[in-house]
Design a protein around this ligand. Structure first.
Ligand code: PHE
Length: 450
């Protein structure tokens, strides 16, 4: 495509891709998984999954995007015209659209909690369970917050690749890392923090079952933003000198460090409140932590204020950079294939996605009785996206690169036309042809049966 935009710098490439990967999944999902699955033992298994499953899939997505310099749907069409492989591109973009519609709802909750933290709400010691459920089931309030979040994402995306995504990632990612640093210090300063630390660092191998290994792999997949067309779309803006394998390792490393540091923030803090248990999912962030903030307020008001406010800013930044990549995956397709201007494409995506988002939000309140297969609209979207399309997409991407693409094309792309050395090429091929598809197939079957 002529005049296609590109990221302007190597740092921009890494920070934008890491921004996609670092999201709500790192900050609340990872610590919960660690807590439930044997502490450091889980972290160890997770690391193996990132290196042997996550990185090969990420490298494969990068090479498809960078080789074709096209949106995800056109990328597969270019590489395998007129074949069934193109449905992998279609599935990726479609699922990015669905995920965005419910991701903005949770991000809207985060925005609301950020506003609450500014008002000193967490100093007042409320019933945080009741507060959370009355907010999320309200027919209007959460939709307004979701819409504001969508507008923020929209404004960045409509500015374009270099002056939108890249420029904002370069500001937001360093801010995010800085905030994490401050929060780790706050958390370590809480009374009883050392119990939380020793819980996190003590490996309990007795809890490791096949289930735990499979959860670690699922977490790695979600956290690294794989199989949604996001990284493939970003890679289509990489320059010819970007080192794909190195970039995949850097992005995975940043994502993993943020996840582990989130554990360092959450566990010491949570253990400082004796009667609060580690909840799964949103409960951890919107119910457990408010109790922790209340405790911090009662000991040291300034720390309580900084801790609660910055924590929700951290979540917001993480959510925003991930939402940007989901939005871009769809916008790039609409812009390039439907021949609409970038601004109009972005507006079309934002508005239509927000309409679905309204449904997702209402499914926590007035629409909670409308279910399909026993799932509300929100649960259904999450189920289809993360339990079905994501694992299947991972398998298809690997098989596509491993078996369908010409070996020389793959080698050229990974070595930038032979100018770089890639000693593990055969090992990489073995992984994408056999090991990774088999491993993911195991998760998939497990998830469906479980
Ligand atoms: N990786 C993001 C997170 O950890 C979620 C995400 C998934 C973003 C897929 C984009 C694509 O929250």
């Amino acid at each position: 495509m002529e005049n296609r935009s590109n990221f302007g710098s190597k740092l921009g490439v890494i920070l934008a891709s890491a921004g996609s990967a670092v999201g709500l999944g790192n900050v609340w999902r990872f610590p919960t998984e660690v807590g439930n699955n044997g502490g450091a033992a889980f972290i160890l298994i997770y690391l193996l999954c990132v290196v042997f499953v996550g990185v090969p899939v990420m490298v494969s997505e990068f090479l498809i995007g960078r080789h074709t310099h096209a949106n995800t749907i056109s990328a597969y069409q270019k590489l395998a015209p007129g074949t069934w492989w193109r449905y992998e591109g279609v599935a990726g973009v479609f699922i990015a659209f669905l995920i965005l519609s419910y991701y903005v709802v949770i991000s809207g909750w985060t925005l609301y909690y950020f506003v609450l933290s500014l008002t000193g709400y967490f100093a007042q010691g409320k019933d945080y369970v009741a507060c959370f459920s009355s907010f999320v089931s309200h027919p209007v309030q959460p939709i307004v917050y979701a819409a504001i979040f969508m507008l923020m994402t929209h404004l960045v995306i409509s500015k374009g690749v270099e002056s939108g995504i890249e420029r904002f990632s370069k500001v937001m990612m360093p801010m995010l890392l800085f905030i994490i640093g401050i929060l780790v210090v706050c958390s370590f300063g809480m009374p009883g923090a050392s119990d939380g630390l020793s819980f996190l660092l003590r490996p309990d191998f007795s809890k490791v079952t096949t289930n735990v290994v499979l959860s670690a792999m699922g977490q790695a997949f979600f956290s690294l933003s794989l199989a949604m067309g996001c990284l493939c779309t970003y890679a289509s803006y990489f320059g010819s000198d970007t080192r794909l394998v190195k970039t995949a390792f850097s992005v995975s490393a940043i994502d993993t460090v943020v996840a582990i540091l989130s554990g360092f923030i959450i566990f010491p803090a949570v253990f400082s409140v004796a009667d609060v248990e580690v909840n799964a999912g949103p409960g951890l962030v919107f119910i457990t932590l408010p109790n922790v903030f209340y405790l911090a307020f009662s000991h040291m008001p300034v720390v309580g204020y900084v801790f609660s406010g910055l924590f929700y800013v951290l979540l917001l930044l993480a959510a925003l950079t991930s939402a940007m990549s989901l939005h871009e995956s769809v916008t790039a397709y609409v812009h390039e294939s439907m021949h609409l201007s970038r601004r109009r494409s972005a507006a079309l995506v934002s508005v239509s996605c927000m309409l679905l988002g309204v449904g997702c939000s209402l499914s926590f309140g007035p629409w909670s009785d409308y279910t399909v297969f026993g799932m509300t609209m929100f649960d259904l979207f999450d189920f289809v996206a993360s339990k079905i399309i994501m694992p299947l997409g991972g398998i298809v991407i690997c098989l596509f690169v491993g078996w369908k693409l010409d070996r020389k094309l793959v080698r050229d792309e990974l070595t930038n036309g032979g100018t770089l050395r890639f000693r593990f090429f055969r090992f990489y091929l073995f992984l994408v042809r056999w090991a990774v598809p088999l491993a993911i197939a195991l998760i998939f079957i497990h998830e469906l049966l479980g």
